[in-house]
Design a protein around this ligand. Structure first.
Ligand code: NDP
Length: 340
């Protein structure tokens, strides 16, 4: 059983060398009789998500299963059931949920596992657009941003797993949408493939406030979907419209800094009457069926596009995961363990 192991809890930015690909042959390919609700799976596709670097440094991470040095890291993935004592899953079922970064995992279903019922779309989609990041975009945009036709929307980390969907939801709603991303290639993708009205490379901007005010939002921003934090949030606060909404989904620029960047313009929240709300996707898992009913037809009809960045083999996993923190991924980062 090939596995990706966390060597030690880390400090600072995660590095590829913090993870080790190794082989452990102790797993039994049967669920033991004394393990009720256990599911033995063969992992197919693994999702690289920004929170995972956070779990590498925090033994007390309260968002997901904490990582244990010497054990495989965990994350969202798509897998095939090989054996099960769980009443909801049987041999041959395809599932998505929290699994191990290894070829085979024995899951005890303490974390939610979802059965995959629609296989006319690529299975890898259940790590992204039809999985946790997709639901994040859906819940954050529709439940928290209360969007209305014609509103001005800014999305940061816009070409990533969550951002690319938020922008397209906003377009479907009839909003004006601008995305920020970290390279020319990503900016082109946003404008030419994903249907954003405009996009810019934040790494080339010296003054975010001036950029937003003069070039993209002369009338101000109604909705900001926050994925990055730091200076971008500050500049956005200066450019919000009255009764604007900010969904705080993530702050990737702050996850691995020694000192959190200060936010200076919080007073804007008062006089602009801005609603700011943080959220965690697991609170919205009960919306999953509604989300699927909305999204699947959009994918099938080509109304929503989806960009994945797929690498082959568990050996490629550490580099793919660490690449999130320097923006190497173009679209949703997926690791293929096996195709079936
Ligand atoms: P992405 O697919 O967007 O990958 C991460 C991207 O973040 C990189 O490609 C890079 O893009 C950008 N990035 C990395 N470092 C920085 C930095 N210092 N400053 C600005 N941008 C940076 O990830 P996801 O779409 O999966 O996640 C987006 C955000 O949503 C993250 O903050 C994540 O933690 C959060 N999230 C929150 C959830 C919740 O429940 N609240 C659930 C899922 C995700 P670029 O090249 O554009 O810089």
């Amino acid at each position: 059983n090939k596995q990706v192991i966390l060597k030690e809890y880390i400090t600072g930015l995660p590095k590829e060398s913090d993870l080790l690909v190794t082989t452990n042959n102790t797993i039994s390919l049967k669920v033991g009789r004394g393990s009720p609700k256990a599911v033995l799976v063969k992992n197919l596709y693994l999702s690289c998500d920004p929170y995972m670097g956070y779990s590498m440094k925090h033994p007390d991470c309260d968002l997901h299963n904490p990582y244990t040095p010497g054990s495989p890291i965990t994350g969202f993935g798509v897998a095939k059931v090989l054996d099960s004592s769980h009443p909801d899953f049987k041999k041959g079922d395809l599932i998505w949920g929290i699994t191990g970064w290894e070829q085979y995992s024995l899951l005890t279903a303490t974390e939610p596992l979802f059965k995959i019922n629609h296989t006319d779309v690529p299975l890898s989609y259940y790590t992204g657009i039809l999985g946790m990041p997709g639901l994040t975009a859906y819940a954050g945009f529709y439940e928290i941003c209360s969007p209305k036709k014609g509103e001005y929307v800014l999305v940061s980390a816009a070409s990533g797993a969550v951002g690319q969907l938020v922008g397209q939801f906003a377009k479907l709603m009839g909003c004006y949408v601008v995305g920020s991303a970290g390279s020319k290639e990503k900016v082109d993708l946003l404008k030419n493939k994903l249907g954003f009205d405009d996009a810019f490379n934040y790494k080339e901007e010296l003054d975010f406030n001036a950029t937003l005010k003069s070039r993209y939002f002369p009338e101000g921003i109604d909705i900001y979907f926050e994925n990055v934090g730091g200076k971008m949030l500050d500049a956005v606060l200066l450019n919000m419209r009255v009764h604007g909404r900010i969904a705080v989904c993530g702050m990737i620029s702050q996850y691995h800094v020694d000192q959190l960047e200060a936010v200076h313009y919080l007073t804007s929240i008062i006089y602009k009457r801005v609603h700011i709300e943080g959220f965690v996707v697991s609170d919205y898992f009960p919306l999953y069926c509604k989300f699927m009913d909305t999204l699947l037809p959009c994918i099938r009809e080509g109304k929503i596009k989806y960009v994945e960045d797929i690498v082959e083999g568990l050996e490629s996993g550490p580099a793919a995961l660490i690449g999130l923190y320097s923006g190497q991924n173009v679209g949703k980062q997926v690791v293929v363990v096996d195709h079936d």
